[in-house]
Ligand binder design. Structure first.
Ligand SMILES: [Zn+2]
Length: 103
């Protein structure tokens, strides 16, 4: 008798600040890789499925991304996301730096 099956592995690759496609918030998103491995007698032999997804930590929406996108996002994180520094609040949205309204 041969016992075979699959086993899923979940890896968290990065945490990124992205604008969510669902809730529209620029919130932290986790980038995850889900690898499904073929197992024989409960021993994982080889992966036959690898999927990448981002998940919004604000609303929980998960979005699948391609491997290329995932690599791009990881590169973005490594590069410091091009200017956004920390959750400080100095650059809170692109709303005007110049307050109009003085008559
Ligand atoms: Zn969201």
């Amino acid at each position: 008798m041969i016992i075979f099956g699959t086993k899923g592995y979940l890896y968290q690759l990065a945490i990124l600040t992205l604008v969510c496609g669902r809730c529209g918030n620029p919130s932290a998103h986790t980038l995850r890789k889900r690898v499904t491995k073929f197992t024989l007698f409960f021993v994982p032999l080889f992966p036959f499925s690898t999927k990448y997804a981002t998940q919004c930590t604000f609303c929980g929406a998960e979005q699948q991304v391609t491997r290329e996108q995932a690599e791009e996002l990881q590169a973005q994180e490594a590069a410091g996301q091009g200017g956004y520094q920390g959750p400080g609040g100095q650059t809170h949205g692109p709303a005007g730096q110049q307050p109009y309204g003085r008559p």
